[in-house]
Write a new protein. Structure first.
Length: 149
């Protein structure tokens, strides 16, 4: 990749990574609008991607922040007044499926909130001081890795 290349714009199957994720949200029935949180000055590049995709859903921009949580807050602040449920995706995971988005939205409606997760396959060790592994592996059956719909 390199320090000057944004992974969102790397091409996969002839389209930027972010285009794949955006298209999945655009074609998911339970999504009404899309807020794209982008770095200042990148709006036009995203408009061009949206035009090439032929997106149907209304979208708007919010300015990204210094940290992920700042960007999420900025996106939440940009939501329309009628928004009552929010799905957050980082745009860098092009293999999100419409089914996963729909399942998360359905679970959030039923339970008040939801997060996509997958079973951990790596051996996870614990360290009390950040330097020395002091405990045996944590059983994978009790762990899940958060993903983004």
């Amino acid at each position: 990749m390199g320090p000057n290349i944004d992974k969102l714009f790397l091409e996969v199957a002839g389209q930027p990574v972010v285009a794949h994720a955006w298209a999945k949200f655009d074609f998911t029935a339970c999504v009404d609008e899309i807020v794209l949180v982008v770095r200042a000055g990148m709006e036009q590049a995203f408009r061009e991607i949206g035009a090439k995709l032929g997106v149907k859903k209304p979208y708007r921009f919010a300015e990204g922040g210094a940290e992920c949580q700042d960007s999420v807050w900025s996106g939440l602040q940009a939501l329309g007044a009628s928004s009552d449920l929010v799905a957050i995706h980082d745009g860098a995971r092009p293999c999100v499926s419409r089914e996963l988005i729909e399942q998360c939205v359905r679970a959030a409606k039923d339970l008040g909130g939801a997060v996509a997760a997958q079973r951990v396959t790596d051996a996870i060790k614990q360290s009390d001081d950040g330097m020395t592994i002091t405990h045996h592996s944590i059983p994978r059956r009790v762990l899940g890795e958060r993903t983004l719909p």
